[in-house]
Design a protein around this ligand. Sequence first.
Ligand SMILES: *Cc1c(COP(=O)(O)O)cnc(C)c1O
Length: 358
Amino acid sequence: MLEFELVPAARRPAEERAALLADPGFGRVFTDHMVTIRYAESKGWYDARLVPFGPLSLSPATAALHYGQEIFEGLKAYAMPDGGVALFRPEANARRLNATAARMAMPELPEDLFLRAVWTLVEADREWVPSKPGQSLYLRPFMLATDPFLGVRPSSEYLFAVIASPAGSYFAGGAKPVTVWVSEDLTRAAPGGTGAAKTAANYAASLLAQAQAQEAGCDQVVFLDAVERRWIEESGSMNVFFVYDDAIVTPPLNGSILPGVTRDSVLRLAEHLGHTVAERPYSFEEWRRDAESGKLRETFASGTGVVITSIGAARTRDGSFTIGDGTEGPVTTAIRDAIVGIQRGLRPDPFGWSVRRP
Ligand SMILES: *Cc1c(COP(=O)(O)O)cnc(C)c1O
């Protein structure tokens, strides 16, 4: 078994840490350590290390910088009421990293090595797991192609790393409903493409639409399918749900939608709470018509960063519509409370999703 070499960092003083944890925001503050593991086609995975957080040294010819062979994951560690730390469904992230790796012609990382890498970092930086409501330690595993070679082909060498960032709530202002911009010209992912893979390239392709959303006074972009520009796919980095009296609808995993761990958790919890769930194509037209008639009760989005956020209104070039009265509805709140309760160890965990270090 590949063992981790531990190279401890000079830890920042407790007062400095406390000041940073008071209001960490999202993705700006990093802990004292990181994990790195190297891969070479000839050797497999080797050189697993816990090292001080710091710059990577890479050749300017590094393949990932030129052709975008980079993939990532996102999951959170939570401070539990008994003083311990738990991760939420980390095996799901380990599996998804490998599904993404396969699509991007990258090597798979054994799931147990992924889990040990994450836990090694969480344990080393245990003091950086914040404990106030809404706070968590966001973990960002990622893998990049490191061949110093400008030819176009899958790299033969890779670096896997995990970094950690204490996080408050993702959107400033917490549970305030967001307004989304429905992009009618820019798409995120096409059939046969990489939409279901958690790869940097998808984000690069989405940034202009996100910027247009912000210019239009919206918080987030919602993408339509690339073929008919008719079917709702997902929000920038979140899956979307439509709440009716008799069902909760979400678009099916058609290959161009990212299979969110939170999405899967919402579907299973919603059923557990007595809702009927339907994974079926859902058009922009249906969304607007049912929001305007009042038949649609709520719309929300899900992802690890924000967990659940209510969507209060949608806008296009032609106008906008409000969902319900624009405020967060009771189903959205109940599903968020159920997931967050499990994540933080405050509610029964019927699915065994909250995991302690083995
Ligand atoms: C990561 C991601 C999601 C949400 O996935 P979670 O596992 O729930 O965090 C949704 N859409 C995209 C494009 C993503 O990259």
